[in-house]
Ligand binder design. Structure first.
Ligand SMILES: NC(=O)c1ccc[n+]([C@@H]2O[C@H](COP(=O)([O-])OP(=O)(O)OC[C@H]3O[C@@H](n4cnc5c(N)ncnc54)[C@H](O)[C@@H]3O)[C@@H](O)[C@H]2O)c1
Ligand SMILES: O=C[C@H](O)CS(=O)(=O)O
Length: 478
Protein backbone atom coordinates (compact mmCIF):
# COMPACT_ATOMS: atom_id res chain seq x y z
CA UNK A 1 0.00 0.00 0.00
CA UNK A 2 1.37 3.41 -0.90
CA UNK A 3 0.55 6.32 1.37
CA UNK A 4 -1.37 7.77 -1.57
CA UNK A 5 -3.87 4.92 -1.27
CA UNK A 6 -4.50 4.98 2.44
CA UNK A 7 -7.98 4.32 3.68
CA UNK A 8 -10.04 1.34 4.69
CA UNK A 9 -9.11 -1.94 3.12
CA UNK A 10 -7.60 -5.29 3.95
CA UNK A 11 -4.58 -4.97 6.24
CA UNK A 12 -1.86 -7.51 6.95
CA UNK A 13 0.71 -7.60 9.74
CA UNK A 14 3.57 -5.11 9.46
CA UNK A 15 6.77 -7.08 10.06
CA UNK A 16 10.27 -5.95 9.05
CA UNK A 17 8.85 -3.18 6.88
CA UNK A 18 6.64 -5.53 4.81
CA UNK A 19 3.01 -6.59 4.87
CA UNK A 20 2.51 -10.21 5.79
CA UNK A 21 -0.87 -11.90 5.28
CA UNK A 22 -1.75 -14.81 7.58
CA UNK A 23 -4.67 -17.08 6.73
CA UNK A 24 -7.14 -15.64 9.27
CA UNK A 25 -8.65 -12.20 9.36
CA UNK A 26 -11.25 -10.24 11.31
CA UNK A 27 -13.48 -7.26 10.56
CA UNK A 28 -13.21 -3.75 11.92
CA UNK A 29 -16.63 -2.10 12.13
CA UNK A 30 -17.77 1.44 11.43
CA UNK A 31 -18.93 2.21 14.97
CA UNK A 32 -21.84 4.37 13.84
CA UNK A 33 -23.33 2.24 11.06
CA UNK A 34 -22.05 -1.10 12.46
CA UNK A 35 -21.05 -2.00 8.88
CA UNK A 36 -17.71 -3.53 7.99
CA UNK A 37 -15.10 -0.80 7.47
CA UNK A 38 -11.88 -2.81 7.08
CA UNK A 39 -10.37 -6.26 7.50
CA UNK A 40 -7.31 -6.93 9.64
CA UNK A 41 -5.04 -9.94 9.96
CA UNK A 42 -5.18 -12.33 12.91
CA UNK A 43 -1.60 -13.13 13.91
CA UNK A 44 -0.50 -16.60 14.95
CA UNK A 45 2.33 -17.33 17.36
CA UNK A 46 4.82 -17.69 14.49
CA UNK A 47 4.07 -14.12 13.33
CA UNK A 48 4.59 -12.68 16.79
CA UNK A 49 7.92 -14.52 17.03
CA UNK A 50 8.91 -13.21 13.61
CA UNK A 51 8.01 -9.64 14.62
CA UNK A 52 10.13 -9.89 17.79
CA UNK A 53 13.03 -11.36 15.78
CA UNK A 54 12.80 -8.51 13.27
CA UNK A 55 12.77 -5.99 16.11
CA UNK A 56 15.78 -7.62 17.76
CA UNK A 57 17.76 -7.82 14.51
CA UNK A 58 17.07 -4.12 13.77
CA UNK A 59 18.84 -3.14 17.00
CA UNK A 60 22.12 -4.38 15.57
CA UNK A 61 22.11 -1.76 12.79
CA UNK A 62 23.34 1.70 13.68
CA UNK A 63 20.60 4.34 14.04
CA UNK A 64 22.06 7.49 15.52
CA UNK A 65 20.18 10.01 17.69
CA UNK A 66 20.29 12.54 14.86
CA UNK A 67 18.84 9.99 12.39
CA UNK A 68 16.07 9.21 14.90
CA UNK A 69 15.38 12.94 15.16
CA UNK A 70 15.15 13.23 11.38
CA UNK A 71 12.82 10.23 10.96
CA UNK A 72 10.45 11.26 13.76
CA UNK A 73 10.36 14.90 12.56
CA UNK A 74 9.53 13.78 9.05
CA UNK A 75 6.85 11.40 10.37
CA UNK A 76 5.30 14.29 12.30
CA UNK A 77 5.18 16.44 9.15
CA UNK A 78 3.73 13.59 7.07
CA UNK A 79 1.03 12.99 9.65
CA UNK A 80 -0.08 16.60 9.36
CA UNK A 81 -0.11 16.27 5.56
CA UNK A 82 -2.41 13.24 5.94
CA UNK A 83 -4.47 14.80 8.71
CA UNK A 84 -7.81 14.55 6.90
CA UNK A 85 -7.40 10.87 6.00
CA UNK A 86 -6.29 9.87 9.51
CA UNK A 87 -9.10 11.92 11.09
CA UNK A 88 -11.73 10.26 8.94
CA UNK A 89 -10.43 6.83 9.87
CA UNK A 90 -10.49 7.67 13.60
CA UNK A 91 -14.05 8.97 13.28
CA UNK A 92 -15.14 5.72 11.63
CA UNK A 93 -13.20 3.11 13.59
CA UNK A 94 -13.58 4.73 17.05
CA UNK A 95 -16.84 6.62 16.51
CA UNK A 96 -15.08 9.81 17.65
CA UNK A 97 -16.60 13.08 16.33
CA UNK A 98 -14.61 14.33 13.35
CA UNK A 99 -13.59 17.62 15.02
CA UNK A 100 -12.20 15.67 17.97
CA UNK A 101 -10.52 13.21 15.58
CA UNK A 102 -8.66 16.10 13.89
CA UNK A 103 -7.51 17.23 17.32
CA UNK A 104 -6.15 13.73 18.01
CA UNK A 105 -4.17 13.70 14.74
CA UNK A 106 -2.68 17.13 15.52
CA UNK A 107 -1.72 15.97 19.00
CA UNK A 108 -0.19 12.78 17.59
CA UNK A 109 1.95 14.86 15.20
CA UNK A 110 3.06 16.97 18.15
CA UNK A 111 3.89 13.87 20.21
CA UNK A 112 6.15 12.68 17.38
CA UNK A 113 7.73 16.14 17.08
CA UNK A 114 8.43 16.30 20.82
CA UNK A 115 9.86 12.76 20.68
CA UNK A 116 12.11 13.84 17.78
CA UNK A 117 13.45 16.73 19.84
CA UNK A 118 14.02 14.52 22.87
CA UNK A 119 16.10 12.10 20.75
CA UNK A 120 18.86 14.75 20.79
CA UNK A 121 18.71 15.37 24.54
CA UNK A 122 19.21 11.92 26.04
CA UNK A 123 22.07 12.29 28.50
CA UNK A 124 23.65 10.95 31.65
CA UNK A 125 25.54 12.79 34.39
CA UNK A 126 28.97 13.02 35.93
CA UNK A 127 29.35 10.99 39.15
CA UNK A 128 32.09 12.15 41.57
CA UNK A 129 33.45 8.67 42.40
CA UNK A 130 36.85 10.28 43.06
CA UNK A 131 35.45 11.64 46.33
CA UNK A 132 35.42 8.12 47.82
CA UNK A 133 38.64 7.16 49.70
CA UNK A 134 40.79 4.99 47.46
CA UNK A 135 39.08 6.20 44.24
CA UNK A 136 41.17 9.35 43.79
CA UNK A 137 42.38 8.23 40.34
CA UNK A 138 38.99 7.39 39.01
CA UNK A 139 36.32 9.31 37.14
CA UNK A 140 32.80 8.26 36.17
CA UNK A 141 29.68 9.23 34.29
CA UNK A 142 26.39 7.61 33.37
CA UNK A 143 24.97 7.00 29.92
CA UNK A 144 21.43 5.97 29.02
CA UNK A 145 21.19 2.92 26.77
CA UNK A 146 18.12 1.56 24.98
CA UNK A 147 16.18 -1.22 26.74
CA UNK A 148 15.99 -3.22 23.47
CA UNK A 149 12.79 -4.77 22.14
CA UNK A 150 9.69 -3.14 23.62
CA UNK A 151 6.18 -4.60 23.33
CA UNK A 152 3.55 -1.86 23.23
CA UNK A 153 -0.11 -2.72 23.81
CA UNK A 154 -2.66 0.04 23.30
CA UNK A 155 -6.39 0.76 23.85
CA UNK A 156 -9.16 1.72 21.46
CA UNK A 157 -10.12 5.16 22.70
CA UNK A 158 -7.20 7.34 21.52
CA UNK A 159 -5.63 4.82 19.14
CA UNK A 160 -3.31 7.14 17.25
CA UNK A 161 -1.93 9.55 19.85
CA UNK A 162 -1.50 6.87 22.52
CA UNK A 163 0.42 4.73 20.01
CA UNK A 164 2.62 7.77 19.25
CA UNK A 165 3.19 8.17 23.00
CA UNK A 166 4.79 4.72 22.96
CA UNK A 167 6.60 4.49 19.65
CA UNK A 168 7.81 8.14 19.58
CA UNK A 169 9.86 7.86 22.80
CA UNK A 170 10.81 4.22 22.15
CA UNK A 171 12.31 5.07 18.75
CA UNK A 172 13.85 8.32 20.02
CA UNK A 173 15.66 6.29 22.68
CA UNK A 174 17.02 3.77 20.16
CA UNK A 175 14.68 0.84 20.85
CA UNK A 176 12.63 -1.38 18.51
CA UNK A 177 8.91 -1.87 18.98
CA UNK A 178 6.35 -4.60 18.44
CA UNK A 179 2.92 -2.97 18.72
CA UNK A 180 -0.37 -4.75 19.44
CA UNK A 181 -3.09 -2.14 18.85
CA UNK A 182 -6.69 -2.57 20.02
CA UNK A 183 -8.44 -4.98 17.68
CA UNK A 184 -11.59 -2.81 17.51
CA UNK A 185 -9.68 0.27 16.25
CA UNK A 186 -6.31 -0.74 14.75
CA UNK A 187 -6.36 0.95 11.34
CA UNK A 188 -4.71 4.27 12.22
CA UNK A 189 -1.78 2.35 13.80
CA UNK A 190 -1.37 0.22 10.68
CA UNK A 191 -1.36 3.35 8.55
CA UNK A 192 1.20 4.88 10.86
CA UNK A 193 3.52 1.93 10.13
CA UNK A 194 3.56 2.88 6.44
CA UNK A 195 3.98 6.52 7.29
CA UNK A 196 7.05 5.79 9.44
CA UNK A 197 8.45 3.66 6.63
CA UNK A 198 8.02 6.60 4.24
CA UNK A 199 9.72 8.82 6.82
CA UNK A 200 12.79 6.56 6.59
CA UNK A 201 12.49 4.38 9.70
CA UNK A 202 14.87 1.41 9.31
CA UNK A 203 13.10 -1.90 8.73
CA UNK A 204 12.26 -3.85 11.88
CA UNK A 205 12.34 -0.84 14.21
CA UNK A 206 8.52 -0.82 14.21
CA UNK A 207 6.34 -3.89 13.75
CA UNK A 208 2.57 -4.24 14.16
CA UNK A 209 0.77 -7.47 15.00
CA UNK A 210 -3.02 -7.54 15.13
CA UNK A 211 -5.55 -10.10 16.28
CA UNK A 212 -6.66 -11.63 19.55
CA UNK A 213 -5.46 -9.53 22.53
CA UNK A 214 -5.02 -12.25 25.18
CA UNK A 215 -3.33 -14.66 22.72
CA UNK A 216 -0.88 -12.10 21.36
CA UNK A 217 -0.31 -10.84 24.89
CA UNK A 218 0.63 -14.36 26.00
CA UNK A 219 3.02 -14.89 23.09
CA UNK A 220 4.74 -11.58 23.73
CA UNK A 221 5.02 -12.30 27.44
CA UNK A 222 6.48 -15.76 26.79
CA UNK A 223 9.16 -14.27 24.53
CA UNK A 224 12.27 -13.48 26.56
CA UNK A 225 13.66 -11.24 23.81
CA UNK A 226 11.01 -8.68 24.77
CA UNK A 227 12.72 -6.55 27.42
CA UNK A 228 9.90 -4.18 28.32
CA UNK A 229 6.10 -3.95 28.20
CA UNK A 230 4.41 -0.60 27.86
CA UNK A 231 0.68 -1.01 28.26
CA UNK A 232 -2.24 1.41 28.19
CA UNK A 233 -5.65 -0.05 28.94
CA UNK A 234 -7.78 -1.53 31.67
CA UNK A 235 -6.44 -2.30 35.18
CA UNK A 236 -7.50 -5.95 34.77
CA UNK A 237 -5.21 -6.52 31.80
CA UNK A 238 -2.49 -4.28 33.25
CA UNK A 239 -2.31 -6.34 36.45
CA UNK A 240 -2.12 -9.55 34.43
CA UNK A 241 0.79 -8.19 32.34
CA UNK A 242 2.59 -7.05 35.51
CA UNK A 243 2.26 -10.57 37.01
CA UNK A 244 3.49 -12.35 33.87
CA UNK A 245 6.31 -9.99 32.94
CA UNK A 246 8.48 -11.08 35.87
CA UNK A 247 11.50 -8.89 36.44
CA UNK A 248 11.29 -7.15 33.06
CA UNK A 249 10.38 -3.47 32.87
CA UNK A 250 6.65 -2.68 32.80
CA UNK A 251 4.95 0.70 32.35
CA UNK A 252 1.20 0.77 32.98
CA UNK A 253 -1.21 3.57 32.07
CA UNK A 254 -4.58 2.37 33.41
CA UNK A 255 -8.05 3.58 34.32
CA UNK A 256 -9.55 6.16 36.64
CA UNK A 257 -12.87 7.39 38.07
CA UNK A 258 -11.68 10.99 37.83
CA UNK A 259 -12.92 13.58 40.27
CA UNK A 260 -13.21 17.36 39.91
CA UNK A 261 -13.99 19.72 42.80
CA UNK A 262 -16.03 22.88 42.18
CA UNK A 263 -15.48 25.25 45.11
CA UNK A 264 -17.80 28.13 46.05
CA UNK A 265 -15.28 30.84 45.05
CA UNK A 266 -14.64 29.75 41.46
CA UNK A 267 -15.93 31.01 38.14
CA UNK A 268 -18.98 28.71 37.93
CA UNK A 269 -19.68 29.48 34.30
CA UNK A 270 -16.15 28.48 33.32
CA UNK A 271 -16.29 25.34 35.49
CA UNK A 272 -19.63 24.26 33.99
CA UNK A 273 -18.40 24.89 30.41
CA UNK A 274 -15.23 22.90 30.91
CA UNK A 275 -16.95 20.05 32.75
CA UNK A 276 -19.70 19.79 30.13
CA UNK A 277 -16.98 19.23 27.53
CA UNK A 278 -14.58 17.11 29.51
CA UNK A 279 -17.18 14.66 30.82
CA UNK A 280 -18.51 13.82 27.40
CA UNK A 281 -15.59 14.03 24.94
CA UNK A 282 -15.29 10.77 23.00
CA UNK A 283 -18.58 9.70 24.66
CA UNK A 284 -16.80 9.75 28.04
CA UNK A 285 -14.35 7.07 26.87
CA UNK A 286 -11.31 8.97 28.12
CA UNK A 287 -9.30 7.80 31.11
CA UNK A 288 -9.28 11.28 32.70
CA UNK A 289 -12.87 12.10 31.73
CA UNK A 290 -14.71 13.90 34.55
CA UNK A 291 -16.80 11.22 36.27
CA UNK A 292 -17.25 12.46 39.85
CA UNK A 293 -17.98 16.15 40.49
CA UNK A 294 -17.97 17.46 44.06
CA UNK A 295 -19.65 20.86 44.20
CA UNK A 296 -19.75 23.11 47.26
CA UNK A 297 -23.24 23.20 48.84
CA UNK A 298 -23.49 27.02 48.51
CA UNK A 299 -23.31 26.89 44.72
CA UNK A 300 -24.79 23.48 43.90
CA UNK A 301 -28.04 24.70 42.38
CA UNK A 302 -26.44 27.36 40.16
CA UNK A 303 -23.71 24.99 39.04
CA UNK A 304 -26.06 22.10 38.24
CA UNK A 305 -28.35 24.41 36.23
CA UNK A 306 -25.40 25.79 34.27
CA UNK A 307 -23.98 22.31 33.62
CA UNK A 308 -27.39 21.11 32.44
CA UNK A 309 -27.79 24.15 30.14
CA UNK A 310 -24.37 23.62 28.55
CA UNK A 311 -24.79 19.86 28.19
CA UNK A 312 -28.31 19.71 26.76
CA UNK A 313 -27.13 21.51 23.60
CA UNK A 314 -24.54 18.82 22.82
CA UNK A 315 -25.47 16.96 19.65
CA UNK A 316 -25.36 13.18 19.66
CA UNK A 317 -25.09 11.43 16.30
CA UNK A 318 -22.96 10.58 13.28
CA UNK A 319 -19.27 11.21 14.05
CA UNK A 320 -18.63 12.25 10.45
CA UNK A 321 -21.09 15.12 10.77
CA UNK A 322 -19.19 18.37 11.56
CA UNK A 323 -21.84 19.40 14.08
CA UNK A 324 -21.73 16.19 16.16
CA UNK A 325 -20.38 16.47 19.71
CA UNK A 326 -20.91 12.90 20.92
CA UNK A 327 -20.70 9.77 18.79
CA UNK A 328 -21.47 6.13 19.55
CA UNK A 329 -19.71 4.12 22.22
CA UNK A 330 -17.20 1.57 21.02
CA UNK A 331 -19.60 -1.38 21.27
CA UNK A 332 -23.33 -1.82 21.79
CA UNK A 333 -22.58 -3.94 24.91
CA UNK A 334 -20.64 -1.04 26.42
CA UNK A 335 -23.59 1.31 25.91
CA UNK A 336 -25.87 -1.34 27.47
CA UNK A 337 -23.47 -1.67 30.42
CA UNK A 338 -23.58 2.09 31.01
CA UNK A 339 -27.37 2.02 30.75
CA UNK A 340 -27.55 -0.72 33.38
CA UNK A 341 -25.19 1.11 35.76
CA UNK A 342 -27.31 4.26 35.51
CA UNK A 343 -30.48 2.23 36.08
CA UNK A 344 -28.89 0.57 39.11
CA UNK A 345 -27.92 4.00 40.51
CA UNK A 346 -31.49 5.25 39.99
CA UNK A 347 -32.83 2.15 41.76
CA UNK A 348 -30.50 3.05 44.65
CA UNK A 349 -31.81 6.63 44.85
CA UNK A 350 -29.89 8.65 42.21
CA UNK A 351 -31.77 11.32 40.26
CA UNK A 352 -31.32 11.86 36.51
CA UNK A 353 -30.95 15.59 35.78
CA UNK A 354 -30.30 15.01 32.08
CA UNK A 355 -30.00 12.09 29.68
CA UNK A 356 -30.27 8.48 30.79
CA UNK A 357 -31.34 7.20 27.35
CA UNK A 358 -29.68 4.82 24.94
CA UNK A 359 -30.33 4.38 21.24
CA UNK A 360 -28.21 1.52 19.90
CA UNK A 361 -24.60 2.33 20.79
CA UNK A 362 -25.43 6.03 21.29
CA UNK A 363 -25.80 7.01 24.93
CA UNK A 364 -27.10 10.48 25.77
CA UNK A 365 -24.86 12.69 27.94
CA UNK A 366 -26.13 11.99 31.43
CA UNK A 367 -25.96 14.00 34.65
CA UNK A 368 -26.83 12.31 37.94
CA UNK A 369 -27.35 13.80 41.40
CA UNK A 370 -28.28 12.21 44.78
CA UNK A 371 -25.49 9.71 44.28
CA UNK A 372 -23.41 7.93 46.90
CA UNK A 373 -19.79 6.78 46.81
CA UNK A 374 -20.62 3.09 46.55
CA UNK A 375 -22.78 3.25 43.47
CA UNK A 376 -21.00 1.72 40.45
CA UNK A 377 -21.26 5.06 38.61
CA UNK A 378 -19.02 6.57 41.34
CA UNK A 379 -16.89 3.71 42.66
CA UNK A 380 -15.94 2.05 39.35
CA UNK A 381 -14.70 3.52 36.07
CA UNK A 382 -17.79 4.30 33.95
CA UNK A 383 -15.86 4.98 30.71
CA UNK A 384 -19.05 6.41 29.22
CA UNK A 385 -20.87 9.77 29.03
CA UNK A 386 -22.09 9.89 32.64
CA UNK A 387 -21.17 12.43 35.31
CA UNK A 388 -22.30 12.15 38.93
CA UNK A 389 -22.61 15.21 41.14
CA UNK A 390 -22.25 15.14 44.91
CA UNK A 391 -22.00 18.05 47.34
CA UNK A 392 -19.68 19.03 50.21
CA UNK A 393 -19.24 21.81 52.72
CA UNK A 394 -15.81 21.08 54.18
CA UNK A 395 -12.62 21.09 52.05
CA UNK A 396 -10.80 18.44 54.12
CA UNK A 397 -13.81 16.21 53.79
CA UNK A 398 -13.98 16.61 50.01
CA UNK A 399 -10.30 15.75 49.63
CA UNK A 400 -10.91 12.59 51.66
CA UNK A 401 -13.83 11.72 49.39
CA UNK A 402 -11.78 12.29 46.22
CA UNK A 403 -9.11 10.02 47.70
CA UNK A 404 -11.69 7.35 48.57
CA UNK A 405 -10.97 5.62 45.27
CA UNK A 406 -8.93 2.66 44.08
CA UNK A 407 -7.63 4.94 41.32
CA UNK A 408 -5.34 7.97 41.17
CA UNK A 409 -4.64 9.33 37.69
CA UNK A 410 -5.62 13.02 37.69
CA UNK A 411 -8.03 15.31 39.56
CA UNK A 412 -9.33 18.84 38.91
CA UNK A 413 -10.02 21.64 41.41
CA UNK A 414 -11.85 24.84 40.51
CA UNK A 415 -10.97 27.41 43.17
CA UNK A 416 -9.48 30.88 43.34
CA UNK A 417 -8.22 30.33 46.87
CA UNK A 418 -4.47 29.80 46.63
CA UNK A 419 -4.26 28.09 50.02
CA UNK A 420 -6.94 25.54 49.12
CA UNK A 421 -5.34 24.96 45.72
CA UNK A 422 -2.00 24.22 47.39
CA UNK A 423 -3.66 21.95 49.93
CA UNK A 424 -5.35 20.02 47.12
CA UNK A 425 -2.06 19.78 45.21
CA UNK A 426 -0.36 18.31 48.28
CA UNK A 427 -3.10 16.00 49.54
CA UNK A 428 -4.98 14.54 46.57
CA UNK A 429 -3.46 11.14 45.80
CA UNK A 430 -3.07 11.26 42.01
CA UNK A 431 -0.41 11.67 39.32
CA UNK A 432 -1.66 15.16 38.37
CA UNK A 433 -3.69 17.88 40.12
CA UNK A 434 -5.16 20.44 37.75
CA UNK A 435 -6.14 23.78 39.32
CA UNK A 436 -8.94 25.79 37.71
CA UNK A 437 -9.52 23.13 35.10
CA UNK A 438 -10.97 19.64 35.06
CA UNK A 439 -9.22 16.31 35.63
CA UNK A 440 -9.10 15.82 31.85
CA UNK A 441 -6.42 18.45 31.10
CA UNK A 442 -3.42 17.01 29.28
CA UNK A 443 -0.78 18.37 26.94
CA UNK A 444 1.58 15.88 25.41
CA UNK A 445 4.94 16.92 26.85
CA UNK A 446 3.84 16.91 30.49
CA UNK A 447 4.53 13.93 32.78
CA UNK A 448 1.41 11.82 32.73
CA UNK A 449 0.63 8.69 34.71
CA UNK A 450 -1.15 7.51 37.80
CA UNK A 451 -0.82 6.02 41.25
CA UNK A 452 -2.80 3.19 42.91
CA UNK A 453 -4.84 1.18 40.32
CA UNK A 454 -4.21 3.86 37.68
CA UNK A 455 -0.78 2.46 36.98
CA UNK A 456 2.95 2.94 37.30
CA UNK A 457 5.41 4.90 35.18
CA UNK A 458 5.04 8.16 33.31
CA UNK A 459 4.35 9.08 29.71
CA UNK A 460 5.17 12.33 27.93
CA UNK A 461 8.17 11.73 25.65
CA UNK A 462 10.94 12.94 28.01
CA UNK A 463 9.54 10.85 30.88
CA UNK A 464 8.79 7.79 28.76
CA UNK A 465 12.39 7.90 27.51
CA UNK A 466 13.55 7.55 31.12
CA UNK A 467 11.37 4.42 31.40
CA UNK A 468 12.57 3.10 28.04
CA UNK A 469 16.31 3.41 28.73
CA UNK A 470 18.63 1.85 31.27
CA UNK A 471 21.09 3.95 33.21
CA UNK A 472 24.63 2.57 32.92
CA UNK A 473 27.59 3.86 34.91
CA UNK A 474 31.00 3.98 33.23
CA UNK A 475 33.98 4.15 35.62
CA UNK A 476 37.51 5.00 34.44
CA UNK A 477 40.52 3.88 36.45
CA UNK A 478 43.12 6.28 35.07
N1 LIG B 1 -4.04 5.94 31.75
C1 LIG B 1 -4.09 6.15 30.46
O1 LIG B 1 -3.27 6.85 29.87
C2 LIG B 1 -5.19 5.52 29.65
C3 LIG B 1 -5.42 5.98 28.36
C4 LIG B 1 -6.44 5.39 27.60
C5 LIG B 1 -7.19 4.35 28.13
N2 LIG B 1 -6.96 3.93 29.38
C6 LIG B 1 -7.78 2.87 29.97
O2 LIG B 1 -8.03 1.84 29.01
C7 LIG B 1 -9.28 1.22 29.28
C8 LIG B 1 -10.12 1.17 28.03
O3 LIG B 1 -9.42 0.67 26.94
P1 LIG B 1 -9.64 -0.82 26.38
O4 LIG B 1 -11.07 -1.21 26.56
O5 LIG B 1 -9.06 -0.85 25.01
O6 LIG B 1 -8.74 -1.64 27.40
P2 LIG B 1 -8.35 -3.20 27.40
O7 LIG B 1 -7.53 -3.43 28.59
O8 LIG B 1 -9.56 -4.04 27.19
O9 LIG B 1 -7.47 -3.38 26.07
C9 LIG B 1 -6.26 -2.68 25.89
C10 LIG B 1 -5.36 -3.50 24.98
O10 LIG B 1 -5.01 -4.70 25.66
C11 LIG B 1 -5.21 -5.81 24.79
N3 LIG B 1 -5.47 -6.99 25.61
C12 LIG B 1 -6.64 -7.49 26.04
N4 LIG B 1 -6.43 -8.58 26.80
C13 LIG B 1 -5.09 -8.75 26.85
C14 LIG B 1 -4.23 -9.69 27.48
N5 LIG B 1 -4.72 -10.68 28.23
N6 LIG B 1 -2.91 -9.56 27.32
C15 LIG B 1 -2.39 -8.55 26.59
N7 LIG B 1 -3.15 -7.64 25.96
C16 LIG B 1 -4.48 -7.74 26.09
C17 LIG B 1 -6.36 -5.36 23.92
O11 LIG B 1 -6.41 -6.16 22.76
C18 LIG B 1 -5.98 -3.92 23.67
O12 LIG B 1 -5.02 -3.84 22.65
C19 LIG B 1 -9.92 2.07 30.36
O13 LIG B 1 -9.76 1.46 31.61
C20 LIG B 1 -9.14 3.37 30.30
O14 LIG B 1 -9.15 4.15 31.46
C21 LIG B 1 -5.97 4.47 30.16
O1 LIG C 1 -7.80 8.15 27.68
C1 LIG C 1 -6.88 8.71 28.22
C2 LIG C 1 -5.97 9.58 27.46
O2 LIG C 1 -4.66 9.39 27.92
C3 LIG C 1 -6.35 11.01 27.57
S1 LIG C 1 -5.65 11.95 26.34
O3 LIG C 1 -6.30 11.68 25.07
O4 LIG C 1 -4.21 11.63 26.24
O5 LIG C 1 -5.79 13.38 26.71
Amino acid sequence: MAMAEIGFQQYGLWIHGEWEHPSHSMDVLNKYTQEKAATIAVAEKVHVEKAVEAAKAALKKSFSPYQRFEVLSKASRLLLEWRDEFSRILAIEVGKPIREARGEVERAALTLEISAEEAKRIHGEGIPVESAPGSENRMAFTIRVPVGVIAAITPFNVPLNLVCHKIGPAIAAGNSVVLKPAEVAPVSALMLAELLDEAGLPKGRFNVVTGNGPEIGDWLLENKDVRMFTFTGSPRVGEWIRQKAGIRKVALELGNNSATIVHNDCDLDKAASIISQKSFNNAGQVCISVQRVYVHKDVQETFINKLKEKTEVLKVGNPLDESTDIGPMIRMEEAKRVESWVQEAVDQGAKIVLGGHREGALYQPTILTNVNADMKVCRQEVFGPVVSIDTYSDFDDVIARVNDSDYGLQAGVFTNNLGLAMKAAREIEVGGVIINDASAYRVDHMPYGGVKRSGTGKEGPAYAIEEMTEERIVVFNV
